[in-house]
Design a protein around this ligand. Structure first.
Ligand code: UDP
Ligand code: MN
Length: 773
């Protein structure tokens, strides 16, 4: 009765308005989801379904023919079930167990897993030659980690992958041959159907032009390849603020789901080479040309030029990322690309991936810093092209500064709250930006790195990498990736979407609060051209109060290449070594000897190398009251093997069965006694035989030894021990062209230098403890 009263007269009108509004809202939600969330959603869903069907029919033939192989675990279990099983194991069985922590260590921020005190199994893929590359060691590449089910759920391009193997770097720094994600063959009847069915239907209504407006300024005119909501097309604009307010994006007060924008310049051509991140193929007739052009970028430049600059790539984010929320009020960012002689098409693809996949209100600008390129096409032609995009600004350096100083030049011009550095041959994936900015927003001292995926240098396919990998280094400051052990992941209940604390960053791609970057003293401007700067900024961040995180919900593809396509003003090896020596001198404290001891003793010779003035860097470290490297090892990277000496304890002589004693400024022998400090020596990484600050020096002319103040730069204080098989137990004076060895007098009183004799027990010495060979 009461209800019908309200449905009379003006009440009826109000009820009608109410119902209409609800319907409108529902339509709005559905439409927005379709248009904004998933590029090519329907299109890819159909494709993946076809792929699955095809997969099933081909399974019996041979696994090599499978285009999207899944991990080989148990052949009886479907991939999708396997992933479910894993999720159950990790998520439920181990749920509730707290991460293990070191005593007195501060609690990790929510959502971040603290690696300190852990013992994750370190499994490093790394290039042994530190001079070769900065980011070169690639993440392990996972075959089909996003299972078909996950791909379907995301309705995105199918995930590329390989045949159940992990990819390791080859010794030359290149990626070993992979099974790239291939386009379905044209002559396959199933695939022909797939394409025939999808192309006309999907594209006819799916591609509509929209315009994205940021504060009244047109930044991108483009197309979304999903059916856009009619009212937005009519309005011919999407206000990102409007998006934020939409119920499909907004979740709770102040938080929203990541905006998965993906705009294109023109309708996507499903037939285009490399579309959807699939492997592109060089036609037989063009093989020669493609080989010839390889050295323009040290990747397949020929193919890159044929791939659309705004191609789609598979959304490789873990399923869990779909639930992640980010803050509404995120800081803006300036994206900085430094480049020197970059290939035209890869540079454009890098820029478009940022323009098309970043919420415009967060993208303040894109700064292209031309580090004095020599190619003509990077001058007026680039100016003209980029003039279409008001957010893009080109900064020209008059002389070659090198990556490090070029970044500093870009940062000096930047206006955004956050600096986002990217290499100039990358492709940002859907939803890449907000998760990075969110971490900086939560704490301005957080430096956020995306997961770096692989754009195959040979066929340009987009290849997804394994999860749970973090950047680490091995001696002598060689960057590598290390996968957390399954055990560690389970024990600490780490979700695949959780940010991971990262001891060192790869260096090429990261977001950092602009003011914080300067508070940290930016990069050491004394670092030359390329290399070592990732170590410098990593140590600086951690030791001076910040954190480095890898954000699994932010993914960016990068072309890893075997060689640098640009010239080094000075010798490349020497440039990188010199940079590393600067980093070691400023940041490693007593651990720097470990660095020099791993093949870099020559860097200690000031006559051979000038590493420049370090005063400012050392002062900066003091001013910022940064913690010690010992603290860093203990709290950030406890898995690092970093014994301060190669050997230490008593120095036992096999012939006399006595131990070396240092007393009253001279060397003698005594009955071995561990409790006597005068018998304690250490054999350092820089090969000195020392007690505190006193070192044993070889007096070649007198065939004797003396004691003097330690000085790592003096070669006559260096002794070889365990360095070769025949004289392994000997202490060999390094200075003499003829090997001279430390020998105890048969009476056990004097020590002298004698020609080495492999069989003499009086020339054999043993330390109590050995920490390294
Ligand atoms: N770069 C630069 N000046 C240089 C060297 C490199 O601007 O002297 C740019 C280069 O074009 C690229 C980025 O710095 O965009 C990183 O260099 P690269 O990709 O060669 O390093 P990698 O990824 O191999 O570590
Ligand atoms: Mn690069």
């Amino acid at each position: 009765m009461k209800v019908s009263k309200y449905l009379r007269g003006s009440g009826r009108f109000l009820a009608f308005v109410f119902v209409a509004s609800v319907l409108w809202l529902l339509f709005d939600m559905a439409a927005l989801r379709l248009s904004i969330t998933d590029v090519n959603g329907q299109l890819m869903k159909d494709l993946v379904l076809k792929e699955r069907q095809l997969d099933k029919t081909q399974k019996t033939v041979t696994t090599n023919l499978r285009r999207y192989p899944v991990q080989k675990v148990n052949p009886d279990v479907e991939a999708s079930e396997r992933s479910e099983q894993f999720r159950r194991q990790v998520g439920e069985v181990y749920r509730g167990k707290k991460p293990r922590r070191m005593n007195g260590e501060k609690k990790a921020k929510p959502g971040v897993h603290d690696l300190a005190g852990s013992d994750p199994k370190v499994d490093v893929d790394q290039n042994q030659n530190p001079s070769v590359r900065k980011i070169s060691p690639i993440h392990k590449v996972t075959p089909g980690i996003a299972t078909e089910k996950e791909v379907l759920a995301k309705t995105k391009a199918p995930s590329p992958g390989q045949d159940g193997k992990h990819t390791k770097l080859q010794s030359n720094g290149t990626i070993p041959p992979q099974t790239p994600p291939k386009r379905p063959p044209k002559d396959s009847p199933q695939d022909a159907n797939t394409f025939q069915k999808i192309e006309p239907d999907a594209l006819k209504h799916a591609v509509q032009t929209i315009q994205i407006i940021n504060k009244g300024e047109s930044v991108v005119r483009g197309n979304v390849t999903a059916k856009p909501p009619q009212h937005l097309v009519n309005a011919s604009s999407i206000q990102t603020r409007e998006l934020l307010n939409s119920t499909s994006v907004r979740k709770k007060d102040g938080l929203h789901k990541v905006m998965n924008l993906d705009v294109t310049i023109k309708p996507r051509d499903t037939d285009a080479p490399g579309q959807f991140g699939w492997a592109a193929e060089v036609p037989l007739d063009d093989l020669e040309e493609s080989k010839r052009r390889w050295s323009e970028g040290y990747f397949n430049v020929f193919l890159s030029d044929r791939i659309p600059v705004d191609r789609a790539i598979p959304d490789t984010r873990p399923q869990e990322c779909m639930q992640n929320l980010v803050h509404d009020e995120l800081p803006t960012t300036s994206v900085i690309f430094c480049f020197v002689d970059e290939v035209w098409s890869t540079l454009l693809r890098s820029v478009h991936s940022v323009l098309n996949r970043s919420p415009p209100h967060l993208l303040k600008e894109i700064l292209l810093v031309d580090d004095c390129s020599t190619k003509d096409y990077l001058k007026e032609k680039l100016d003209a092209y980029m003039a279409q995009y008001p957010k893009v600004r080109i900064i020209r350096l008059k002389e070659r500064h090198g990556l490090i100083r070029a970044r500093l030049a870009g940062a000096a011009e930047a206006k955004g709250d956050v600096l986002t550095f990217l290499d100039s041959h990358i492709e940002c994936n859907v939803g890449w930006l907000e998760p990075l900015l969110d971490r900086v927003h939560i704490d301005r001292r957080k430096v956020a790195c995306p997961v770096i995926e692989v754009i195959n240098d040979k066929d340009m396919s987009y290849v997804m990498v394994d999860n749970f990998q973090r950047g680490i280094f091995k001696w002598p400051l060689v960057f590598g990736w290390s996968t957390l052990s399954t055990d560690y992941i389970r024990k600490n209940n780490i979700k695949v979407s959780d940010p991971l604390r990262c001891p060192v960053m790869a260096g090429g791609l990261f977001s950092i609060d602009r003011k914080y970057f300067y508070e940290l003293g930016a990069y050491d401007p004394g670092l030359d051209v390329w290399g070592g700067e990732n170590m410098e900024i990593s140590f600086k961040i951690w030791m001076c109060g910040g954190e480095i995180e890898i954000i699994p919900c932010s993914r960016v593809g990068h072309i890893f290449r075997g060689e640098n396509p640009y010239a080094f003003p000075k010798d490349r090896q020497k440039t990188v070594e010199r940079n590393l020596a600067r980093v070691a001198e400023v940041w490693l404290d007593e651990h720097k000897e470990i660095f020099y001891g791993h093949g870099y003793l020559h860097l200690l010779d000031k006559n051979l190398i000038d590493i420049g003035n370090l005063t400012e860097q050392i002062q900066l470290r003091k001013k910022l009251q940064c913690k010690s490297f010992k603290w860093y090892v203990e709290n950030v990277y406890p898995e690092l093997e970093a014994p301060l000496a190669k050997a230490e304890g008593l120095v036992f002589n096999v012939g006399t069965r006595k131990c070396l004693v240092q007393e009253k400024g001279s060397l003698s022998f005594g009955i071995c006694d561990l409790s006597k400090q005068s018998q304690h020596f250490s054999y350092s990484w820089v090969r000195t035989l020392r007690q505190n600050n006193t070192c044993v020096s070889a007096q070649v002319a007198e065939r004797g030894v003396a004691l003097e103040a330690c000085d790592n730069t003096k070669p006559h204080l260096r002794w070889l021990h365990k360095s070769n098989k025949i004289l392994a137990e000997h202490l060999i004076a390094e200075t003499h062209f003829q090997h001279l060895c430390l020998e105890a007098g048969s009476e056990g009183d004097i020590v002298s230098l004698k020609p080495c004799d492999g069989s003499s027990p009086y020339q054999k010495w043993h330390f109590t403890h050995y920490f390294a060979q």
